[in-house]
Every structure is written in structure tokens, then in C-alpha cells.
Design a protein around this ligand. Structure first.
Ligand code: SF4
Ligand code: SF4
Length: 260
């Protein structure tokens, strides 16, 4: 077997696990009968990296409408339900004010412009993720390319990972989410009551050669690439701009960077 093909199968296999993709019988149970659509497609076009990272260029985000475009692109393809009650809310990427996104950098004399900015926040795919250490079943794990994933089928709903994540990046399905999905995308598994979920850096799209949906919907505000590639666009942006990360002092090493 050619090494590129072997590498792809490795990447796609782990991606499939992280995206909740399972053998047919499991899938059927988990997806409410839509399993037959989750074919394991082999694709030589799979995108790979040594360390995936995202740069959010806030100079290109001009308010709530731009963020809504980004969040709805993600939530639509990942079957994220919409609950009226905040207590049941499921979110993979969501808007946050500066004082909540970057509490240690916020102060009463800061610029009005920054104080009123709304930031898209998501799982930071931390290099040193406390959520992974806290999970007793290894339902959440970090891939070699830095993506922190969930295997929904191994999640026992203990929520230790939620307690461990300092960013509120994880949501718990207190209710069966399926009746609250506006339009189910059969290309991605639905979840069930008692399962934790979060952003997966679009592992299922990378496996078929596509960029994350939020990146595609962002008109260039979100840039995604390999942090270990000195010629990548993310590296260029990090070299040329002052960037901040969320709660840097905690030592989790977030892989989402913000240009303000
Ligand atoms: S942001 Fe939270 S959920 Fe995501 S990797 Fe870091 S600790 Fe884990
Ligand atoms: S990377 Fe993919 S899963 Fe994560 S917020 Fe963006 S669209 Fe959603």
C-alpha cells in the first residue's frame, strides 16, 4: 500500500471516529435511521497538518451579522439543535463579549471599540487540553494533528470534561436534541440525550479535502492552517500581527488566535 494512501486511511479513520462515524449497526442506532448516508469515503484529497490552528482576524468581523453567518454555517451542517431555554443550549461556536472572552485582559479604562466587540469563540483545540485528561472513558481525545475530538458513543455523560474546560466550549444534551434540529443534515450524525458535544475543527470536512465551514463562511476573517508549516497563512498572520489567545495564563495553549 502506498504510504500516502496509508496515511490517508489513518487520518480518515480517526476523523470518522471523532465525527461520531461508526460501523453501520452503531450508526443506525445513533442517527435515528440515517446511518446509511454515512459512507466511509476514501479520499486522497484529505487535508493534513502537523498542528491545525485557527486565526480569527477581528478587523474583518463587523458585528453580529457576520458572526451569525459563521455560527449558522457550523450549526447547520453539524445538526446543532436550537433550544429556547439557555439552560439547554448547545453551541459549537458562539458570540462573546471581550470581557467574557478575555477576562484577564479586560479593564474599566479599555477602548470602547474593543469593549463592544463581539468575538466568535469555539473550542480552542488546546495543545494541553484539560478536558482530555478529565475524561474517564477516553471519549474525548487529541489527535496527532492537534484536533481534540469527541467519540459520542463512548461518552457516559459524566460531564467531567465540561468541568475541566475553562472556556465553556462543551455543551451537554440534557434533552433529546433531535426534535430541535431545524433541518437535519444527513451527512453528519445526530446526538442523543446524555452526550457532550463541541466543535471538532470540522474533522469530517478536512478528511474529504474541505476547509472548516465557519472558515468558508467568514469572508476571510477566519484562517485555518498548519502552525508547523512556516509558509502557511496562519504563520504569516501570527508573524505580522499582535495576537491574543483566551486565558493564556492557564497553560492550556489554545490553538485559536485572535487579531484585534
Ligand atoms: S477549549 Fe475546552 S474543550 Fe476545547 S480543547 Fe480546550 S479545554 Fe478542551
Ligand atoms: S471548525 Fe467546524 S466545527 Fe468548529 S466552529 Fe468552525 S465550523 Fe464549527
Amino acid at each position: 500500500m502506498k504510504s500516502s494512501r496509508r496515511n490517508f486511511l489513518k487520518i480518515a479513520g480517526v476523523s470518522a471516529i471523532g465525527a461520531g462515524m461508526k460501523p453501520a449497526a452503531d450508526l443506525l442506532a445513533a442517527s435515528g435511521g440515517q446511518a446509511e448516508t454515512y459512507q466511509h469515503v476514501e479520499n486522497e484529497e484529505a487535508l493534513s497538518a502537523k498542528q491545525w490552528a485557527m486565526v480569527v482576524d477581528m478587523r474583518k468581523i463587523h458585528g453580529a451579522e457576520d458572526i451569525e453567518k459563521i455560527t449558522s454555517a457550523c450549526h447547520r451542517i453539524h445538526n446543532v439543535p436550537e433550544f429556547q431555554s439557555k439552560n439547554h443550549e448547545i453551541k459549537w461556536i458562539w458570540p462573546e463579549e471581550f470581557k467574557h472572552a478575555f477576562p484577564s485582559k479586560s479593564h474599566e479604562f479599555m477602548s470602547e471599540r474593543i469593549a463592544h466587540m463581539i468575538f466568535p469563540v469555539l473550542c480552542n483545540h488546546c495543545e494541553n487540553p484539560p478536558c482530555v485528561r478529565a475524561c474517564p472513558t477516553k471519549a474525548t481525545f487529541k489527535r496527532n494533528d492537534g484536533i481534540v475530538l469527541m467519540d459520542f458513543h463512548r461518552c457516559i455523560g459524566c460531564r467531567f470534561c465540561m468541568a475541566a474546560c475553562p472556556y465553556g466550549s462543551r455543551s451537554f444534551n440534557f434533552r433529546d436534541p433531535r426534535p430541535f434540529i431545524a433541518e437535519t443534515d444527513v451527512g453528519f450524525p445526530t446526538r442523543m440525550k446524555g452526550v457532550v458535544e463541541k466543535c471538532n475543527f470540522c474533522a469530517e470536512r478536512l478528511a474529504v479535502g474541505k476547509m472548516p465551514a465557519c472558515v468558508e463562511a467568514s469572508d476571510g476573517a477566519l484562517v485555518f492552517g498548519d502552525l508547523r508549516d512556516p509558509d502557511s497563512e496562519v504563520r504569516e498572520l501570527l508573524a505580522e500581527n499582535h495576537v491574543i489567545r483566551r486565558k493564556e495564563t492557564l497553560g492550556t495553549k489554545p490553538q485559536v488566535y485572535y487579531i484585534i
